[in-house]
Design a binder for this molecule. Structure first.
Ligand code: SF4
Ligand code: SF4
Length: 351
């Protein structure tokens, strides 16, 4: 990070003051934050007890996407006898999301793009109104790789406040007027020590800069990698369901037993599931798991990245950490990079 551009903290918050901070935020809005879930996992939940909030965590099972695009929701109810329908509109109230990692906020910014381009999605956009985001730094583990897709631990875009973990507490960065207002009157912060955010290194990396991945994917359609990965993949769809930038859903109608009324509901779907690309008549455009793997990875590094200039993978590592077959998306991309190098070498040898 360019030192001239490096933001400076505005205050310092001791670890012991975190519950007080949570309580203070709760006086202003409903607060959502990471909590322990079982022995080794974490998940975002509405805060009921400030002492249960955990700001030092590796990743949550699901990102905050679930609050904006719920796994299941009713879109409308209808009457078949009267030929009418009533949309179910999403509600918007002020909510604070505390302890969000940079890659998950970046994922939300990508979903904003998805749901505002083309036909804007009103329920998603309604839920996005009126939210404040308080980021927190994290220690990259063996599956985080967000630096490789242009997202540092200390990336603050989209946050109102950012807490950077230091030796005895957090350096607090005020990033927006809303962020300043959230802490106005909160007395348990002290004067800032004038340090920059701690720069954290990533152990897991993609071989090429993400700007070059488009050309790698131009050559990757026929790669043997897809078959190799498909031999291990069981097609469970977990990688889709935990991904913070996956936004595919299916829509079903449920009609009551008297066939007079019903509801239309939306449920998360995933391109790794066998029936995802099945159409009327039984044809399935991506029946083979290799074709589904290729589609999933192209969605992250090519199809949306070419028009936007940003990878649609934010390097959270969830699809690797929770994959039933321990398939690593970084290994897939690095193998494609190596195949690309071999092709270039081969081509040059022929010249
Ligand atoms: S989580 Fe792993 S095994 Fe399951 S569909 Fe995805 S890549 Fe295949
Ligand atoms: S593809 Fe995997 S690593 Fe990338 S954002 Fe989705 S879950 Fe995270």
């Amino acid at each position: 990070m360019d030192d001239l551009m490096t933001p400076r903290p505005n205050a310092h918050l001791l670890f012991s003051a975190v519950p007080a901070l949570v309580r203070y935020l709760q006086t202003q809005a409903t607060v959502y934050a990471p909590h322990r879930f079982g022995d080794t996992s974490y998940r975002f939940d509405q805060v009921l007890s400030p002492d249960a909030v955990v700001l030092d965590y590796n990743r949550t099972l699901q990102s905050i996407k679930k609050y904006f695009l719920p796994p299941r929701e009713t879109l409308l109810s209808f009457s078949l006898t009267e030929a009418t329908f009533e949309p179910v509109s999403a509600e918007s109230s002020f909510r604070i999301f505390l302890g969000v990692h940079s890659y998950d906020l970046q994922a939300l910014l990508r979903l904003d793009y998805n749901f505002t381009h083309g036909h804007p999605e009103s329920n998603y956009l309604k839920r996005r109104e009126n939210c404040a985001f308080v980021g927190v730094s994290f220690e990259p583990d063996e599956v985080h790789f967000s630096r490789s897709v242009g997202i540092t631990v200390e990336e603050m875009e989209g946050f109102d406040l950012f807490l950077d973990r230091q030796d005895d507490g957090y350096a607090v960065f005020f990033l927006t007027d809303r962020g300043k207002a959230l802490l106005e009157g909160f007395t348990e912060i002290t004067k800032a020590r004038n340090q920059s955010p701690v720069h954290r290194e990533f152990r897991t990396k993609i071989k090429y800069n993400y700007n070059r991945l488009s050309e790698v994917f131009d050559q990757a359609w026929d790669s043997p990698v897809w078959e190799e990965v498909a031999e291990r993949c069981v097609g469970c769809g977990t990688c889709n369901l935990v991904c913070p930038t996956c936004y595919c859903f299916t829509v079903d109608d449920e009609v009551n037993l008297t066939l007079t009324e019903g509801i239309r509901k939306r449920t998360w779907d995933g391109c790794m599931l066998s029936q995802f690309a099945q159409v009327a008549g039984g044809e399935n455009f991506r029946y083979e798991r290799s074709a589904r793997q290729r589609h999933r990875v192209y969605r992250k590094f090519k199809y949306l990245s070419d028009p936007t200039g940003r990878p649609w993978c934010v390097g959270c590592g969830r699809c690797t950490a929770y994959c039933t077959a321990r398939i690593s998306i970084v290994d897939i991309v690095n193998q494609l990079c190596e195949d690309y190098e071999q092709r270039i070498l081969h081509k040059n040898a022929l010249v």
